[in-house]
Design a protein around this ligand. Sequence first.
Ligand code: KIV
Length: 278
Amino acid sequence: MKNTAATILGQKQSGEKITMLTAYDYSTACIADKCGINSILVGDSLGMVMLGYENTLPVTMEDMLHHTKAVSRGAKNAFVVADMPFMSYQTSVYDAVVNAGRLIKEGGANAVKLEGGAEVCAQIKAIVDSSIPVVGHLGLTPQSVNAFGGFKVQGKNYERAKQLIEDALKIQLAGACAVVLEGIPAALAEIITKKLTIPTIGIGAGAECDGQVLVYHDMLGLTQGHIPKFAKRFADVGALMEQGINAYIEEVKSGSFPASEHTYKADEEVIDRIKKEL
Ligand code: KIV
């Protein structure tokens, strides 16, 4: 059964936690879908973990479409949410609707996600009015890295905590079907979760959110470099890959790979005839 915005809303209402994970390609989407994940986020984090950029700012609509198409083909049951990249919605309400539409129509996503509070409510409303579900994103929103002066936990002082609560209520009123809360104190995320009727999905926002999301490279040991404090490593796929690649290198060099079971047999008569002609 395909998960939808209604599925995750029902989960909030019944108290069943929502599971969301990033994916950027067909194979990973198939695996996550097979495991029964509720939602797959084609995050603009792909700029960092797939494309090697320092942050998410250089990611383009074409990058997002390319990866969203691949994920959508693999996600039969998961609710596919595609990130709107930096400057694809901040520029105008018109741009926001056009670009959200492309992620649904060309990318095959089921919803879009965009970062920000009161300042993007007009965009959220217009996209929702176009029948496209929108997931909001508040707190340590990576597209604001320059404005924040780095990747810093948000909502730690009274004014900023109050502003985040107000922003969450405003984007809910604008029509968002869920909101990602990133890099904020757990106690603040709990207050927001209790105040909202739409689900909250936390990343570095504690256990009281209605669901959790992680970047799969972080939780599977594939991230090169810094791993945030909140990203628990559930498996070390990176180490397994290294082990496999080292074994491959060794066997190719020693000549033990490919062995006869990896080799196609020829018809001896054909080979003999060719050899005679040489
Ligand atoms: O781009 C992304 O992967 C995200 C998550 C960190 C929530 O927005």
